[in-house]
Design a protein around this ligand. Sequence first.
Ligand code: NAP
Ligand code: HSE
Length: 428
Amino acid sequence: MAAPLRLGLAGLGTVGIGVVQIVQKHAALIAARSGREVVISAVSARDRSKNRDADLSGFAWETDPVALARREDVDVFIEVMGGHEGAAKDATEAAIAAGKDVVTANKALLAHHGQELALAAEAKGRVIRFEAAVAGGIPVIKALTEGLAANSITRVMGVMNGTCNYILTRMQDAGLPYDHVFEEARQLGYLEADPNLDVGGIDAGHKLALLASIAFGTQVSFGAVELEGIGKILIDDIRHAADMDYRIKLLGVARMTGRGLEQRMTPCLVPAQSPLGQLQGGTNMVVLDGDSVGQIVLRGPGAGMGPTASAVMGDVVDLARGFRVPTFGVPATTLAAPVAAAVASAAPWYLRMTLVDKPGALAKIATALGEAGISIDRMRQYGHADAYAPVLIVTHKATRDDVNDALARFGATGVLVGEPVALRIEEV
Ligand code: NAP
Ligand code: HSE
């Protein structure tokens, strides 16, 4: 049998301890499948005295993850600390400079620095693997780089933040408002330390940008992802969507168009009976369209100790077997800088607003839509009380720019109360 593959594990939180547990529980199975033993040489975390749910006694301890990354008895550096600057970035750079392969669950790090890190790894003949960074336990990176490698990918779409899907489906099922369910999610420990990473769509946007890079052979371009969070979604929106046989999802869509790369992570309406519409709780789903395969749907746990560590260890086993795919599927030097599509493709839109209840108010809104070049498909005034009239409009296909134009015109009508909400209705 070949010499053991030696791991340096930086981070002993949810994911790191999950990795320790798998290495210990499945040592024989991993050795049989890899053709060599996989062992942990050394670990690092901030607080050595913290009680952790694993036996760490056989591993060397490094206070500084950079020192861990440089150790001679480490072949593969596993970064599961998190954060896109500081220790995670410094230690990953140090590992690459010292000629180690890297496995990470850190989508933020790669969304911000993926291209420079991939180039540095390549220059050293090394790779960065990051299956765990996108959709947790779902092997979507493998699907794109291996199983679908002979396809031209036409679209990547999915629900990639379990916390948002939990919040939206819980609002739907229990009829509870956003603030209440947000608080529940906090108490259940679902929210990131900075909740805006989840509910602001940033975490899911990071993941989409990584998938788009692999799917379309472009440099990671997180800055070009159109981002919108779920904080404005009212229980009324959930109900209206359900009345029309739709569900609201924080949906990522990336596609290469004749106008450039389109990437968005925004709340959308999707058909209730579609696989995405049926997705409940913290589960993730990624839908991939390829020119030969057609459409495939991958569904599974997007987070948590076991699922995320499973993905980390899948990458480790590949490296132990000597199987090395370039970080983003092709050499980083060949990745093109993407041109962002200036205008996203057109779609029908759901518009919800509150108007002052006086003669001509609705007519002004209809006129504003007409002036923005938007045609109305359906319109409804509902729950009408006192001086206010809540109004719901579904449009025919329009671009985001047209909708923004209409929203600006609404503001000038003087009949609008509060902020309107505009959600894309996505064909899935
Ligand atoms: P976590 O529970 O907060 O654990 C982070 C670990 O990193 C802790 O052990 C912490 O040490 C250590 N750490 C932080 N800064 C450090 C530093 N400067 N030096 C040394 N150690 C440091 O985080 P996690 O949930 O395991 O997530 C880790 C990574 O996986 C993140 O990038 C996250 O986005 C990603 N991820 C997580 C999940 C999930 O379900 N949790 C899913 C997919 C991806 P102490 O324990 O001593 O504080
Ligand atoms: N906060 C993320 C989620 C964790 O809710 O999906 C996994 O990346």
